[in-house]
Design a protein around this ligand. Structure first.
Ligand SMILES: NC(=O)c1ccc[n+]([C@@H]2O[C@H](COP(=O)([O-])OP(=O)(O)OC[C@H]3O[C@@H](n4cnc5c(N)ncnc54)[C@H](OP(=O)(O)O)[C@@H]3O)[C@@H](O)[C@H]2O)c1
Length: 334
């Protein structure tokens, strides 16, 4: 019989709830503990999601011998600190995106995972959706011809609240790190690092990029146009266009959705998938597979990819003048 994987979650916010729902449907997975900054919130989350143990501090879950892997679901500036806490106690970690605030933090996390010989992965759930594998296959197969253009958009209207993590700079606010990271991730996955980056942010009253338009240019002429926004009701589609055809990842493209394939002037063909769960189950299943086979990182989303992703985000931030506290203090969180 396969070993059960006992999960713990740090943080009790929106995404923690989604992961709790997903884990309930993952074979061989038990959500065994949750940790919050307050005992009351931990108890409430545990009641709602039927979690056995509720901790009123993050430190306690990191040393719980019953837990195999901790899912870090706190705001971005805490990812490094919370991940290091667990890794240093020998716990495997699945940490939300962005993996951390900048390259320096991610390097620390990867070094700690290697030093302590434990599993670490960025919770970039989209990478594990069947639609993304199909896109990679379509591009590699040549049916689209030479793929020359990517147009990827992620707008998510978010009610303005200066204290909400989307707008609060101290909590890592801004569209790039929260949602713009998805178009950047996909372009990096398909094409690697661009030769040139141009970007224009719209900075809102709290000093964060409420919207950001990016162009990636490659020396061979390929161009990606990427957009993220908290204020625009945009298409939230991705179009990958070649010399012979194109594939569209339908609205909410980063979620489990169908694809539309168009070759030449022929009518589009819909590619459906037999999705299960709410989508977060796919990344959890990858973690289970890795832990059961003793792997310290995922082949599908290796640590080197997460390092390249954060470097690219740092480069974009440099181009567009987006700076956070973590950068200013040279950022070593311990
Ligand atoms: N993969 C996805 O689809 C997806 C979707 C949404 C968000 N995310 C990522 O997940 C992370 C959390 O996002 P979320 O939307 O779940 O945020 P959220 O609803 O605000 O929850 C964050 C949780 O972190 C904990 N926390 C610790 N220190 C905090 C602080 N200073 N301020 C606020 N909360 C603090 C809180 O839990 P306690 O008080 O219980 O400790 C809080 O409930 C972000 O990094 C985001 O990028 C990913």
């Amino acid at each position: 019989m396969e070993k059960r994987i006992n999960w713990g979650i740090i943080g009790t916010g929106w995404i923690a709830g989604k992961m709790a729902e997903a884990l309930a449907g993952v074979e061989g997975a038990t959500l065994a503990a949750v940790a919050s900054r307050t005992q009351e919130k931990a108890n409430g989350f545990a009641r709602m999601h039927r979690v056995g143990t509720a901790y009123g501090s993050y430190e306690e879950i990191a040393v719980d011998p019953a837990i195999d892997v901790v899912y870090v679901a706190t705001p971005h500036p805490l990812h490094c600190e919370n991940t290091l806490l667990c890794l240093r106690s020998g716990k495997a970690v699945l940490c939300e995106k962005p993996f951390a605030m900048n390259e320096m933090e991610v390097v620390q996390m990867i070094s700690a995972a290697r030093e302590h010989g434990v599993f670490l992965m960025e919770a970039f759930w989209t990478r594990f959706l069947p639609s993304i594998d199909r896109v990679l296959e379509l591009v590699a197969s040549g049916v689209l011809g030479d793929v020359r253009h990517i147009n990827s958009d992620f707008g998510a209207i978010t009610r303005f609240d200066p204290d909400h993590r989307a707008f609060n700079k101290k909590l890592g606010g801004g569209s790039l790190l929260d949602i713009g990271i998805y178009p950047v991730f996909l372009t990096l996955l398909l094409w690697g690092e661009p030769d040139l980056i141009a970007g224009v942010p719209h900075i809102g009253p709290t000093g964060v990029d409420e919207s950001l338009a990016l162009v990636f240019k490659y020396d061979d002429g390929r161009i990606a146009t990427l957009f993220s926004s908290f204020t625009v009701n945009s298409t939230v589609e991705t179009h990958i266009c070649g010399t012979k055809g194109r594939v569209k990842l339908n609205r909410m493209w980063f979620c489990p959705v169908p694809l539309e394939l168009t070759i030449g002037d022929k009518p589009s063909q819909t590619i459906q998938f037999d999705y299960a769960g709410n989508g977060y189950n796919y990344e959890a299943e990858e973690v289970s597979r890795c832990l059961r086979s003793g792997r310290k990182e995922s082949d599908l989303l290796p640590l080197d990819f997460s390092l390249r992703l954060i470097r690219l985000l740092d480069r974009i931030r440099k181009e567009t003048g987006l700076v956070y506290e973590a950068d200013e203090r040279g950022n070593v969180r311990r």
